[in-house]
Design a protein around this ligand. Structure first.
Ligand code: PHE
Length: 555
């Protein structure tokens, strides 16, 4: 019994002052059981012990056969010797078995024990010495061999294997006694009350004991890559968009993005619709659920510690052309702050901003001229641009179908974070100015789940709003952005999104897979999306989206 092992060790030592070997006396017990018993005794100086690691050579099954029956070559010799008139070569496998015939014949020739005489084998000598068998016999009994070369050769021939044997050599210690009294680990109130504490043996405190391993948390790989992306965005002067709206209306997820109501993406096959409640109110000011703060964060204003001056240096977005426009009050105030989006924006102005009175209302008696957004107007504008009723809404012929309010109010799990970009761009129309926003959060698509598809993934999304942006700037920006992620060989392919024109798919070369893989989708938002929001006609907005999972997989 392992429990009683300390006492068994002590009684074994009772009759001898010589050390004992655990491999001899406890051959049936495992290493840790023996070690823990010996540790208990030695920590109390009842015994002393030493660990001995020995290497032993043991015979393989084939070698055991050789020990029993002789080596293959010896058996070949024996078979030839017994055949009076020589042994037909053909007969040899029948006599000694195919394996011994094959291996043994060659060796017996080499050792000149046998010779060939036509188609028969004859012996070359009267007697032989089966050296291999003798070596193996020695190894079997002593577990080793004097000549290390012999061991190497036999191991190469797969006749022996090395085994590490761990054992302990233990002997009486300075406080040896024949009995190990189990010590108390706790001093109890009872012991104190009864006075038993005077006689009990307390277990000594073990200061060397290692503490239990504390399970520690670790960052999820997706979170690590998310962190890298966030740093890149902050470095480039972006402000993070609030992403707490997992449920959106068809309006924000699709209609506001000029995605027609018949678009296949709006099908139940592709989008998760909420059943309870199935519909929302039309878009309206709703401070309680509005994830943005009352002051809209923009790249210009983000004086937070995460933004850095390198944003201006690394910016690849071309500076605005020398368009002229009137400065808003808010902008004049911001002029003293570093302009992270476009440091070369001209300040002289003759341009007329296209902000219309109907879209933005100044609250009559607010001192600070707090503006509010007219959601009703926006909702109507979106309807008009979809229907293209008069054929000239924002210069677009629209989709020419009757737009359904009901479809727009349906609640969905957001299929892209572009719903948030849209929400933020609409907010920007309160005070249109250069802005850089990003978000990284979960989106949902009604996919058939398999090993490469999930019904949800994380989307990395960015938008840049400024005057006079052109496609080259988007390409240039992408190159800088992805370079920061370690991807520096990009290709762009024309693509289609209902809300961007032109649209570009972004491909990166994957050296591991040795092929070009799609890493993102991008484009310049259409006027049909931006103008209904009340953004100035000459404001351009880049947008792009990619999955967080893709680069995480590649890394
Ligand atoms: N919404 C797009 C997607 O889901 C990404 C994108 C965002 C494309 C913005 C263009 C502009 O893939």
């Amino acid at each position: 019994m392992a429990d009683d092992l300390p006492n068994r060790v002590l009684s074994l030592l009772a009759d001898t002052d010589k050390p004992l070997l655990s491999s001899a006396v406890f051959s049936d017990l495992d290493f840790t059981t023996i070690k823990s018993a010996l540790d208990r005794l030695s920590s109390r100086e009842l015994i002393e012990y030493q660990q001995i690691d020995r290497e032993q050579w043991i015979l393989t099954a084939e070698a055991k056969g050789i020990v029993d029956n002789g080596s293959h070559e010896a058996r070949v010799f024996e078979a030839v010797r017994l055949a009076k008139d020589g042994l037909k070569i053909k007969e040899l496998p029948k006599e000694v078995g195919p394996e011994a015939a094959k291996v043994g014949q060659g060796t017996a020739f080499k050792l000149k024990w046998i010779k060939k005489d036509g188609d028969v084998l004859r012996t070359n000598t009267d007697s032989i010495q089966d050296v291999v068998r003798e070596q193996l016999q020695t190894i079997q009994s002593t577990k080793t061999y004097e000549d290390p070369q012999v061991l190497t050769d036999l191991r190469k021939r797969k006749l022996i294997e090395m085994k590490k044997v761990l054992s302990f050599k233990f002997s009486k210690g300075p406080k040896y006694s024949t009995r190990f009294v189990k010590e108390e680990t706790d001093l109890t109130a009872d012991m104190l009350a009864s006075g038993a504490w005077k006689d009990i043996k307390l277990k000594p405190y073990n200061f060397k004991a290692k503490g239990a391993i504390t399970p520690a948390g670790a960052l999820h790989p997706l979170n690590k890559v998310r962190h890298e992306f966030r740093q890149i965005f902050f470095e480039m002067g972006f402000t993070e968009m609030p992403t707490n709206r997992f449920v959106e209306t068809g309006f924000w997820n699709f209609d506001a993005l000029f995605i027609p109501q018949q678009h296949p993406a709006r099908d139940i096959q592709d989008t998760f619709f909420i059943s309870d409640p199935p519909r929302a109110d039309p878009p309206r000011e709703d401070p309680s659920s509005d994830p943005t703060t009352s002051t809209l964060p923009t790249a210009d204003r983000s004086g937070d510690s995460q933004s850095s001056d390198s944003a201006r240096r690394t910016s690849t977005v071309p500076s605005s052309p020398t368009h002229k426009r009137a400065k808003s009050k808010a902008e004049s105030k911001q002029e003293s702050l570093p302009d992270r989006t476009n440091s070369k924006r001209p300040t002289s102005t003759t341009h007329q901003r296209t902000k219309s009175k109907a879209e933005i209302h100044e609250t009559p008696n607010a001192d600070s001229a707090v503006k509010t957004l007219d959601y009703k107007q926006y909702w109507d504008n979106v309807r008009r641009v979809h229907e293209g009723a008069d054929g000239t809404t924002y210069g677009s012929i629209g989709y020419r179908y009757p737009w359904s309010e009901d479809e727009s109010l349906k609640l969905v799990l957001r299929t892209h974070t572009t719903a948030i970009s849209t929400y933020m761009l609409h907010k920007l129309s309160l005070d249109p100015r250069p802005a850089r926003y990003f978000s990284i959060d979960r989106v949902f698509r009604n996919e058939t789940v398999d090993q490469t598809h999930l019904a949800e993934f994380h989307q990395v999304e960015g938008v840049i709003a400024d005057y006079g942006l052109a496609l080259g700037g988007l390409i240039g920006f992408m190159e800088v952005f992805f370079k920061k992620m370690g991807i520096d060989n990009l290709r762009f392919k024309p693509a289609y999104n209902p809300y961007t024109e032109p649209s570009l798919e972004i491909f990166g070369f994957h050296p591991g897979l040795n092929k070009w893989v799609e890493i993102g989708n991008s484009g310049m938002f259409r006027p049909e999306m931006l103008e209904p929001m009340g953004l100035p006609k000459d404001m351009r907005v880049y947008g792009w989206g990619l999955s967080l999972e893709r680069p995480t997989m590649i890394k």
